[in-house]
Design a protein around this ligand. Structure first.
Ligand code: G6P
Length: 611
């Protein structure tokens, strides 16, 4: 949802030209948006240069010659359009009337029309359709009334309603980048005589791993050797207490020889699972205890994270016997009214910044609901606003389609729920032991699943690429896996894919099935393993192309199918983590066959910070 990077150095610190470095940092943020790109640099002789255009980073930077520009400081932006279509004019940065101030912004200024009218009356002229442009003019306007840039900025910010992470530079103060955050994410990177401000940590990981995650309402500026942050009430933030060292390495945010991040991230799952396992600590115990004594547990998330909540919901109801209800975070009202202080809400978000999920958390908090966050990003908004935060350790995920963060979310949630079932006594000690040992073996099994199924996924992708639609069917715990599988195919291969409980498929979906229609069945070694065979027969009778994703040894299902993805036979409670992997691979290779870029699916962004 738009990526921002700002860099300011004290003297010539960077070995390369600033334009080249901004481009490199921006590449690490491309997952946040990729419809237009731009930068603004203050050159060594004090000129403000602004270049921007519609298109992706590589094309735009070649076209505009990013690499030719150097300077003391600069800001850059990769856009995911909200207000105003992708175009050269709507690309960021946006400038004021005098071409002195340049602003980049992520989020939405809700009252921009009103402010625009006011500013027009005061003689300002606008050239774009964006909400962002008003920020430059508003600051300019306050400056024209005699305020210095920072005071003008603070006054301007008070007038903005909505979500924003923004950074701007002023040619008249050529040693600093100003920034503010409200709802949309923004982090500061602290180097030696060089500072960064960005939407996300991977942008500057190559230069520093010392970060401050900004909080809502914070405003400030960076120079080459200074960070100044003020809180919402004007108090100066004590930075020393806020600096975190992240243990992500720059290599983690690189493709490491893989053609795409998504493929790398699929292959990283064994490692991501073992790191998450190694990271299980006291917070997990605490949360398990909270769940064990909860009357009801609600779970929320968006996209892939929502699918993880569905698996957790199933486990809570069936293993821990705790009434659990999962909902899509933008659909808070589904249960909002009945939430009470005796309930627990688990908010699942890899980024920790998805606005829909953050809003659900905030609304539940107002009702004194105990909030637990599951996230992959330390100190991000959702964990920070929760009563307890437990982290997956998947490392940075760059591909827009979530893969390793999904399997680690499910892994962590499963562990927590097994623990709470054990505390509650709804499973025996023996059962708990077996389940933990199944979970411990998953990293190794995940590796097997990849090696057994990758070639087949590539092969099936050749035919799948020619299809318009596909069904993903399963029963019980396999339903959310089917939903996630369908989402992957839809997101990156642009094939209409729908998931259904297999038993429900005869109540409508089957009407579409004709010879060659792909139907993918997920079958675990559980009570449904034989029941689902009838559903396969029903589809087969209509000539469907049957692809089965099942455990080794399920010969009955194999006999009925055209293709089989095989996974090791594990306890069905933990099986979702393995069975999603062939679907990730299938979606990836289908996208490749169709000639798309799976890392940057059209119209999507990794972190969605608008409601
Ligand atoms: C976007 C991404 C999805 C992701 C969802 C939730 O839609 O494209 O891949 O699952 O946001 O993101 P979160 O960071 O909250 O897990």
């Amino acid at each position: 949802m738009c990526g921002i990077i700002g860099i300011v150095q004290k003297g010539k610190i960077l070995k390369k030209k600033l334009g080249t470095v901004l481009r490199g940092c921006l590449k690490n943020l491309e997952y946040r948006g990729y419809d237009s790109v731009g930068f603004a640099i203050i050159t060594w002789n004090g000129e403000l240069v602004v270049r921007k255009s519609k298109g992706k980073i590589d094309d735009v930077s070649r076209k505009l010659g990013f690499d030719d520009y150097d300077g003391v400081l600069g800001i850059a932006h990769t856009r995911w359009a909200t207000h105003g279509k992708p175009s050269d004019i709507n690309a960021h940065p946006h400038v004021d009337c005098k071409n002195t101030i340049a602003v980049v912004h992520n989020g939405i200024i809700e009252n921009y029309q009103e402010l625009k009218e006011k500013l027009k009356e005061r003689g300002h002229f606008f050239i774009s359709e964006t909400d962002t442009e008003i920020i430059a003019h508003l600051i300019e306007d306050y400056k024209s009334r005699g305020y210095d840039t920072f005071t003008a900025f603070k006054k301007a910010i008070k007038e903005l309603k909505g979500a924003y992470a923004l950074a701007f530079i002023d040619k008249e103060v050529p040693d600093r980048i100003y920034f503010a955050r409200n709802t949309s994410p923004l982090v500061i990177g602290l180097g030696k005589n060089i500072m960064f401000v960005s939407s996300d940590i991977p942008a500057f990981l190559e230069y520093t791993n010392r970060v401050i995650v900004l909080q809502d309402g914070e405003i400030g500026y960076i120079t080459g050797d200074e960070v100044h942050i003020e809180g919402i009430d004007g108090t100066i933030v004590d930075k020393s207490k806020r600096i975190r060292i992240v243990d992500w390495t720059p290599e983690m945010a690189k493709k490491a020889g893989y053609p795409h991040f998504m493929l790398k991230e699929i292959h990283e799952q064994p490692l991501a699972l073992s790191s998450t396992l190694a990271g299980i600590g006291v917070e997990v115990e605490k949360l398990a205890e909270v769940l064990a004594s909860a009357q009801r547990v609600f779970l929320t998330g968006a996209g892939t994270s929502y699918h993880a909540t569905l698996i957790a919901e199933y486990l809570l109801n069936n293993l821990a016997e705790i009434p659990a209800f999962s909902f899509i975070s933008s659909e808070y009202n589904r249960y909002g009214k009945i939430l009470t202080k005796n309930d627990v809400l688990i908010a699942v978000s890899q980024s920790g910044e998805t606005i829909d999920t953050l809003m659900a958390v905030r609304r539940a908090k107002k009702k004194n609901v105990f909030i637990a966050a599951i996230s992959n990003v330390i100190d991000s908004a959702i964990p920070r606003e929760s009563n307890i935060a437990v982290y997956t350790r998947a490392g940075p995920e760059i591909g827009v389609a979530a893969t390793k963060t999904f399997t680690t979310q499910v892994f962590l949630l499963s562990w927590i729920i097994i623990k709470s079932a054990q505390i509650k006594g709804s499973i025996t000690e023996e059962e708990a032991k077996t389940l933990y040992s199944s979970l411990r073996r998953l990293p190794e099994y995940a590796r097997n699943v990849i090696s057994i199924n990758e070639f087949l996924a590539k092969k099936i992708a050749q035919d799948m690429a020619g299809k318009q639609s596909a069904y993903y069917l399963g029963r019980g715990l396999a339903v959310p896996v089917s939903m996630e599988g369908a989402l992957k195919l839809k997101e990156i291969a642009y094939i209409h894919a729908e998931a259904y409980p297999a038993g429900e498929s005869k109540h409508g979906p089957i009407a579409l099935v004709e010879p060659g229609f792909p139907v993918l069945f997920t079958i675990f070694d559980d009570e449904y393993r034989d029941l689902i065979l009838a559903n396969i027969e029903e589809m087969k009778a209509r000539g469907a192309w049957i692809i089965v994703n099942t455990f080794e040894g399920n010969e009955k299902a194999v006999k009925l199918s055209n293709n089989v993805f095989k996974t090791p036979r594990v306890q069905h409670w933990v099986a979702p983590i393995l069975h999603i992997i062939p679907y990730q691979l299938l979606a990836y290779y289908t996208s490749i066959v169709k000639g798309y870029d799976p890392d940057k699916p059209r119209n999507l962004a990794k972190t969605v910070t608008v409601e």
